[in-house]
Design a protein around this ligand. Sequence first.
Ligand SMILES: Cc1cc2nc3c(=O)[nH]c(=O)nc-3n(C[C@H](O)[C@H](O)[C@H](O)COP(=O)(O)O)c2cc1C
Ligand code: SF4
Length: 432
Amino acid sequence: MKRVITANCDQIEPTSVKEYEQAGGLRGLKKALKMTPREIIREVKQSNLRGRGGAGYPTGSKWEQLLNIKGTPKYIVANADEGEPGTFKDKLLLEKDPLRVLEGMIIAGYVFQAKKGYLYLRGEYAFLEKLLLEALAELEEAGYLGENILKTDFSFAIEIHLGAGAYICGENSALLNSLEGKIGRPRVKPPHLAEVGLYGQPTLVNNVETFACIPTIVEQGGKKYAAWGTAASGGTKLVCLSGHIARPGVYEVPFGLTLRDLIFDLGGGPRERKIKFYHLGGQSGPCGFLHQLDTPYCYQALKEVGLSVGSGAIVVLDESVCVLDYLKQVTEFFRHESCGKCTPCREGNKQLFFLLEKLTRGEGSKEDLKLIKRLSNLLRTASFCGLGRSATRALDTCWEHLETEILAHLDKHCPAGVCFAQGGRGAVDMKL
Ligand SMILES: Cc1cc2nc3c(=O)[nH]c(=O)nc-3n(C[C@H](O)[C@H](O)[C@H](O)COP(=O)(O)O)c2cc1C
Ligand code: SF4
């Protein structure tokens, strides 16, 4: 399997610039400093790289839009909030090859002639701060960061900023508010962050994995990188396998393998029982089912069957799981993480949780089912930001494919044997 952005993981000392250089690191930056910003962006566009943070926006287009905006200074921000449950690939990159991520940020700094970059590190990853500071110090010592990088006119500094454990701070505008010391709540868009970002200045926010792809794209060329994936989904992707799977972990895969290849060949298939469904791209993503296993893992093919890559998480759930109990837990996550700014999400997730809980207690009615559908529609269409808008994707997809199992709960029957067993999770008290 082609390893591009994980090639150095466990092969070199993570903070050693010398070992990173010997492994081919920093060639991308050296090459970039001899190119114009537009030449670099052309390579990024040709790579077909799409943002790895979840939304999958084409990186080359994002960079081009920011380049065309006049204001200065511009800021570079790496989104290392990685709050999406089941997602742990940015952690791997930051822990095993931080220099690659930082090199990507420095190249971006050069493209936009920025003076300052920030790496927003999720609070739960505070243990990585020391290692990242060491990596920054090593880069500065070797002349790749700080004043007059490699004796050019370009100067750039990177600061590590620690989050405090809020999932919403992964949303790019909430992240910038948090960086500014404000409450981490999403901003009204437009204006987009490329125009009015950090401290009101034009700003680039990219995911850690996205930045990690940049050195290779610049060094080896966008076309070569694109060819490692499918026609429209360029390159490789870090996939996080977890749940009821024999070999959980982070895998770098070329786009185009099927979901079956990922779950069965790489992940070794389910541990004990048969697979019931799998949750793609974190809690905010859709759930996939057995008949969709032969879908190629790439942005287009997944979209065609109502699925998505999202953050790269694939959580496998076997037949021991009650779909309703699972959806209740997903809703509990969003209820807890809702920032409270808008009513549909703040109240909707709370009410949805109440209703799902009621069903798992065997006290639900047909009216409740109608209400759940209405609430889901409300959340999807009237929420202020992506958190609320995607909070019921799992619910919607499971409802479509596992409705019989959900409806059985109206007759106090839980086909998986989870909800009404003595002490089963359906019996827990709600502490709201
Ligand atoms: C609720 C919510 C949480 C998010 N969490 C993350 C996150 O933890 N990491 C991330 O990179 N992007 C996250 N995003 C997406 C970011 O808003 C943004 O699209 C991304 O950082 C852009 O980088 P990319 O283009 O490289 O993917 C989140 C979005 C939403 C709506
Ligand atoms: S959708 Fe949820 S997280 Fe987003 S602004 Fe509204 S309350 Fe906050």
